[in-house]
Design a protein around this ligand. Structure first.
Ligand code: ADP
Ligand code: MG
Length: 391
């Protein structure tokens, strides 16, 4: 990371004074290997926590004041608020995320006894689909829990983060991102059934390959409105299907059941959205089986199919991420590549053979630049543990 822990502590002391040591915490970002836009459709997802994410220092106060500072948003300076004023507003900028978590704590009966001084630093590219927002929410949750001694499980911290993002920040995300940040485990991906929250850790053993994330460096502005549209379209499809069959979510359907009943979905757009949700869920189940059987070739093929489905049926890819995935598919040594995260820009995730990584970065980077004018960034990542205290 760009800043050392010592530098963060020095900054904390400079901003907030030296009376009492702050405690340090970390919550990771995540990359979803497969199972995209299934988490709010009752399907499976397969994310892993990264070793990059968001760091936080916190020290409780004696009054009800809350002060925030982010190294990544240093131009905003210290943002001061009060526990009696936990409402979202535009001027509050990024602090609406931690404020939302405080609001959710109170709403759930975890009354915060006092305010706090908080410093944040993230070494994850914000707004690129690696869930810096969820890491910030889970980080805030674990900091508040430990600082004020609440008895809350890590899964509940994930649910609090999701509730907060849904209801305080107006982003109707599913549970995947917060769950991965809270529950991640080194070298494992989390096979999560978002319908039941049943989960299983699956070791990601790639004998000759690494996970490479490519940041398109674009984020089209329709991202949150289109995300909420997709949610609505999926819900409409589900309601139509429920008139002819007894299901709770799209994740309950096999491909065959979907094909047999899909005509119940009146709107063709909604039908395409539902097709993605159903097929993507099944692909995720198969992909985990393939990974467990050390069949990385099949795992990679399913990743490619996921991209095609997001491109053609769910329509959450965009020109830039299509170019990145399609370039990757042409490079020998790439098992699979697809857009990851909410869509409309952000990152792709690729499984690349060790001896092809340099070529991958050179070729994809240069052709992408030629075609789009953007300079992609590449991160060869490791899978890390979930949110935790650091001292
Ligand atoms: P993603 O979650 O994919 O990174 P989002 O748009 O959902 O993208 O969240 C990004 C937002 O989260 C930022 O604009 C900012 O408001 C907040 N955020 C993330 N990381 C930090 C950080 N280190 N400091 C302050 N705010 C952050
Ligand atoms: Mg986010």
């Amino acid at each position: 990371m760009e800043f050392t822990m010592q530098q963060l502590q020095d900054k904390f002391a400079e901003l907030y004074g030296t009376e009492g040591e702050p405690k340090a915490y970390f919550a990771p970002g995540r990359v979803n290997l497969i199972g995209e836009h299934t988490d709010y459709n009752g399907g499976h997802v397969f994310p892993c926590a990264l070793t990059i994410g968001t760091y936080g220092l916190i020290r409780p106060r004696k009054d009800r004041t809350v002060r925030f500072y982010s190294m990544n948003f240093d131009t905003m300076g210290v943002v001061t608020t009060s526990l009696d004023d936990l409402v979202p507003n535009d001027e509050a900028g990024w602090t609406n995320y931690p404020k939302g978590v405080m609001w959710t704590f109170e709403k759930r009966g975890f009354q915060l006894p006092a305010g706090a001084d908080i410093l944040i630093y993230g070494d994850i590219p914000a707004g690129s689909g690696l869930s810096s927002s969820a890491s910030l929410e889970v980080l805030t949750g674990i900091m508040l829990r430990d600082t004020f001694g609440f008895d809350i499980s890590m899964v509940d911290l994930a649910l609090i983060g999701q509730y907060s993002e849904n209801n305080f920040n107006g982003m109707n995300c599913g549970i995947m991102d917060q769950f991965a940040s809270a529950m991640g485990k080194k070298d494992c991906a989390i096979f999560l059934d978002t319908n039941t929250l049943h989960y299983e850790y699956a070791p990601v053993k790639l004998p000759d390959a690494r996970i490479v994330i490519t940041n398109s460096k674009v984020k089209h502005s329709l991202v949150s409105s289109a995300y909420n549209d997709r949610r609505r379209e999926s819900e409409t499809a589900l309601k139509d299907l429920q008139t002819v069959m007894d299901i709770k979510t799209l994740g309950d359907l096999t491909e065959e059941q979907f094909e047999a009943h899909k005509d119940a979905i009146k709107d063709p757009i909604c039908q395409k959205r539902a097709k993605h949700a159903v097929y993507e869920n099944q692909r995720t189940i198969h992909a985990v089986e393939a990974l467990k059987a050390n069949d990385i070739v099949t795992f990679g093929k399913l990743i490619n199919e996921s991209h095609i489905s997001l491109r053609d049926d769910y329509e959450t890819s965009c020109e830039e991420t299509d170019i990145l995935a399609e370039l990757a598919w042409q490079i020998p040594g790439v098992y699979g590549s697809r857009i990851t995260g909410g869509g409309f820009g952000g990152c792709t995730v690729s499984i690349v053979k060790n001896d092809a990584i340099d070529t991958f970065i050179d070729n994809v980077g240069s052709v992408y630049k030629e075609k789009t004018g953007h300079t992609a960034e590449f991160y060869v990542v490791d899978i890390g543990d979930g949110a935790r205290p650091l001292n």
